[in-house]
Design a protein around this ligand. Structure first.
Ligand code: IPM
Ligand code: MG
Length: 388
């Protein structure tokens, strides 16, 4: 079996972490007897330089007709001028919106060997295993108008926080389904004491409750949730929230895992291919331009995104679980990138981006029962998918 995956190395450290991720995916494919046909496309800052646009229509079409999209990172200071008419990030929105990837899944687990890499107290990190489901194609990121205007009172800028009940329902339903496959607890996060869009969000979530009597639902305000994510992170299971709230809370939650570089993500909608859900997979860290080309970036977020790609879009649970176990074993064995190891420590081996990928490839094999598996319990049954 050959799967077709479109690769978007992108800007900054994107190409390095994606090369690392590709080597792990290719090795897993060999282990499990399949192959991946890669098509690279230039998107983001690189595309602005080469073609004058953040993403070309024909490249969006390649992404749409693939089995999955694997992305490194997009953006950088070179393209950051606030008055520039085109920005690299527009490519992300074109991909998310154009491929209808309305849900962004960000699992956060804490590997036992990394509890001391987090600034959060070790006893609070015990048992942390949460999944943020961020709405990805509406809300403040997509609402119109979004512009600056010259008025008699000076310059005015407006952004629009817009949600239809349908947009809320489809992402909330997916979150209910995911909660059902985990510990059956769902936290819906909003700002219903202030925002009309949040009050609609609450109503729609409540309307879905009868379909999921086995799932315990709580509503929480986003400010209190931000506090509780640090104070008692282990009390959360699945969180579902509006686009911007999810963006902010997921960076906050990444601190629990020891480094932003650890966290993978999957963006999915409800379009299916022959093998699973169509989706886009990327680490949640950005392009980290100061580190680009130095072989210092942590590729684990990209590698675990590759595992999610196998599970959700290719229907290859075997490869996904094996990659997750191999990452766990490398960490158990003391292999660390610089972000996970600020000082040299006895028993730990400091490696670069490529070195971490090699350490993980060397540990690929059938998953060992009982070894902690990063991100594995998160995903329910991707092939059965949400019931509709
Ligand atoms: C993310 C990033 C993007 C976002 C940026 C780069 C536009 O922060 O994927 O979380 O805000 O969605
Ligand atoms: Mg973000």
């Amino acid at each position: 079996m050959t799967y077709r995956v479109v690769r978007i190395p992108g800007d900054g450290v994107g190409p390095e972490v994606l090369a690392a991720g590709r080597s792990v995916l290719d090795a897993a494919a060999t282990t499990f007897g399949f192959s991946i046909e890669w098509t690279d496309i230039v998107v983001g800052g690189g595309a602005i330089d080469a073609f004058g646009v953040p993403i070309r229509e024909e490249d969006l079409e390649l992404a749409r007709t693939s089995d999955a999209v694997y992305l490194g990172a997009i953006g950088g200071p070179r393209w950051d001028d606030p008055s520039a008419p085109v920005r690299p990030e527009q490519a992300l929105f074109a991909l998310r919106g154009g491929l209808e990837l309305f849900a962004n899944l960000r699992p956060v687990t804490v590997h036992p060997a990394l509890v001391h890499s987090s600034p959060v107290r070790a006893d609070l990190l015990e048992g942390v295993d949460l999944l943020i489901v961020r709405e990805l194609t509406s809300g403040l990121y997509f609402g119109r108008p979004s512009e600056e205007r010259a008025t008699a009172d000076g310059r005015v800028a407006v952004d629009t926080l817009w949600y239809t009940d349908g947009e809320i329902r489809r992402v909330a339903r997916l979150a209910f389904e995911l909660a059902r496959g985990r510990s059956k607890r769902l936290t819906s996060v909003d700002k219903a004491n202030v925002l009309a869009s949040s009050r609609l969000w609450r109503k729609v979530v409540d309307e879905l409750r009868p379909d999921y009597p086995d799932v315990e639902v709580e509503h929480r305000l986003v400010d209190a949730t931000a506090m509780l994510l640090v104070k008692r992170p282990a009390s959360f299971d699945v969180l579902v929230t509006e686009n911007l709230f999810g963006d902010i809370l997921s960076d906050e939650a990444s601190v629990l895992a020891g480094s932003l570089g650890m966290l993978p993500s999957a963006s999915v909608g409800d379009r299916r291919t022959a093998h699973g859900l169509h989706g886009l997979y990327e680490p949640i860290h950005g392009s980290a331009p100061h580190m680009a080309g130095t072989d210092r970036a942590n590729p684990i977020g990209a590698i675990l995104s590759g595992a999610m790609l196998c599970r959700w879009s290719l229907g290859r649970e075997d490869a996904a679980a094996a990659i997750e176990s191999a990452v766990s074993r490398a960490l158990d064995d003391g292999v660390r990138t610089a972000d996970l190891m600020p000082r040299d420590e006895e028993g730990l081996e400091r490696v670069g981006t490529a070195g971490m990928a090699e350490a993980i490839v060397a540990r690929l094999g059938a998953p060992v029962l009982g070894s902690p598996v990063l991100g594995a319990p998160v995903l329910g049954d991707p092939i059965a998918g949400p019931a509709r």
